[in-house]
Design a protein around this ligand. Sequence first.
Ligand code: ATP
Length: 878
Amino acid sequence: MLRAKRQGFAIERALVQANIDAWENTGCAKTVRRFKDRPENIRSLYEQVANLDCMLTSLETQIEVITSVHSSLPKEFHDTFHDSGTSGHEPDSLEAIHTLVGRGPSGSPPLAKPLLQRRSSARQQPKDVVSDNTDLDEGRGSSTSSSNGSSSGGGGTRGVSEAGVLLHLERCAHRQTRRALQELKEKYEAVLDEQKQLHHQPSRTRLAGSVLESLQNELDAGLTSLESLSSVASTDRLIDELKLREMTISQLRVRVLQLEKDRMDKVPVDAAREINRLNVQLIHLERARDELTLQNFTLKSRLSQVANNINDPAATYQINKDGPLSVKETNKSSENNNLNDVGKETSVDDPDVVKILRKSTYKVTEESQIMRQLCKEYEAKELEYKKKIEALELELRNVQHSTCEKHEKSIRDLEAFLEKQQQKVESMERFLEEKEEECNMLKLDVDTVTEENAKLQKTLKQLTDEKQEQEALVTTHRRTEDTLKKLMEENRVLAEDFNRERVLRKKYYNQIEDMKGKIRVFCRLRPPTELERRRGSEDVTQVEDQFSLGVNSTRGYKSFVFDRVFKPHESQEAVFQDTNALIQSAMDGYNTTIMAYGQTGSGKTYTMIGEAGSPGIAPRAFNRLFELAEEGRARQEVQIHCYMLELYNDKLIDLLRGNSHIEPEKLEVKRDKRGSVHVQGALVRHVNTAQHLHEVFEEGLSNRHTSSTNMNAESSRSHLLIVITVTVTSKQNGSVLRGKLTLVDLAGSERTHKSGAAAETLKEANSINKSLSALGDVIAALSSEASFVPYRNSKLTMLLQDSLGGNAKTLVFVNISPALYNVEESVVSLMYASRIKQITNTACKNADTREITRLKTIISKLKRGEDPGDDSLLTVVC
Ligand SMILES: Nc1ncnc2c1ncn2[C@@H]1O[C@H](COP(=O)(O)OP(=O)(O)OP(=O)(O)O)[C@@H](O)[C@H]1O
């Protein structure tokens, strides 16, 4: 019995350990962690295991005690069992007990039912079968216990036939039955022994009672532990799961409220991320639901296992409960059969034993009832738990439903938001497409610009190369320019030197010529007149330098060299600068003559007299004379006289006497002994100032004959002579210098058909041409150094006798028209001028010493009473 309890507790311990292992091995990691998070549950389980171990230990102790008690039983008790042919050892009795309670010693399937069936069938068998059992028992005894020595023919029953096998099995069953009976017998003996011990050894009785009490307690503790194991752990786990679910639900509610709040606040939510997060959360929830379902299933399986575990003891107890009946029946049958048989064999029909057995049976029955009650309670709790589980599952479904609805609502809201966002995305895509089109256009523009840029870069590179080349060229050009500048500077210096040298050469040549008495000839070109411009006449002249002039005539280009050539636009001042020296010569006592020669309208009057605002040589000479007089006023006294003559139609006219009522004297050209020409009878005016001289000059001009011709609007129709005598008396020694400045404006030569001269004008022209022709003859004679010079052919040549080949310093201006229309006259004038230039004068100074000599001669003649002759004539008319 104790061993059976021990086996039962061992089984229970193994079950508890198996539960722990199952929970740890088959349970999910989360569940294991939860249990590990709650060490009290684990501790309670291990405490249960430890309690069961203690109970097992105590049972082992009890078994040892009972074994020792059994060994102390009287010898006849053992002999009885020995006589019955049973071995009587403990394992057999335990095996019989296990067989009775329906479970093998090692948890093997129960053998009670087949054995009972076989027994019942065996009971119905004839006695020969029993004899067979006896044979079998004998055979078993021969096979299992050689000490009996009664089974010698057993090997004959082991045969090849099925009947032999059945017989062998029946014998085994019979042997088991005998073992059970032996066990009962041993129990009976034990009980007897206990009774005896109770009588003789009260301590042992008490020990047995305590052992029974402890067994009952252990049984109660085992049931309680099983109940607690099946109820408390499951309830705690369910509570934990419920709390976890509630926590998850509350978190979901909070999240849903947050989402609602976000949606209501229209806060931008990343819909996709939120949906993903909710989907992940749904997956977690589904996993959690699956886990809970699995746990629920595990729990149910566990409950069913526990229920089975409980049912096993319940079945045991049921068996026990029914067992009494069975036992009763068994006992009855035993009483009726086995016991009767035993009784027959052992004569165990003691009412006390039966009473004890019945008492035990009743006790077991009570325990079985208690167990059934416990089973009912457990079933009720199981139902309760199932209801709770169903309620929880319902609540879970509701929560899932509500959560799903909220999530679906949120998903719909999110989908609506997503649709809006998609619309925005579509609009943005359209906008993006437009921008892409613009971008493409811009790319095309960029490509075009890039191509242009490439072209420009290429052009720029070419330009850069060209620029570099140009810079090199510029550098070279600059060097060349520098070199050229240097060369030009050198050239300029050389030119200046050359010009200077040439001027010096000319100057020295002129000085030499002056020393030789050569007449100086200046050539002056005038600009084209308005008439010539209207006629479109070309300029046939070319000023080669300040000494040379070329003319493109019908006979070709011809160059002329003069002492000075003035260009058309050279000023009157410039012209006068080169004539200034003759004014000084007049102040120095020389006869100087300045005259202008040339074709009519060539600029003779412009050169000699000038125009208003552009005075010519005469007015400037007047100013210069008085300037020189003023300059030498401290050391000398200057007396200036002048007269003006006009040779008109070969007739001399005193211009200063023109409108006076004084009868004009007969003017005669005279020459004194020195060769100086003077006009007898001319009115000589003394002038004190330059202004006075200008007035006298203007007066004389007003009397001059002029008229308009085709060649000149105001043509001079006569030859004009302005004669200014200068007497310079030295304040230091009283010496006297008598100079004469003769300014001659010749009338212009002209061709009558060109000048369009009328009858009177034609007469003037003929007279002019005649006088000029005589002048030409004189010039030709002087230039050819002829022995006879025809001065007397014309009054003009008589007047110019002391100026051409005379003792004066003479300057002749040959005025030239640049027009092609006048080229022939210009060439003739230039040829005349060239001839004039070849004429040599014999200039001499009218010094006092000679005068003194002459006066001395006159005085001497007068002293001798002789006529002084022409030498006594005064050269100056006051
Ligand atoms: N150097 C000059 N610069 C400007 N104009 C000039 C120059 N020479 C002459 N003229 C102009 O040419 C015209 C003719 O000049 P001018 O009267 O002096 O010639 P002319 O030789 O005296 O003629 P004629 O013998 O008929 O008197 C004038 O109108 C004069 O102003």
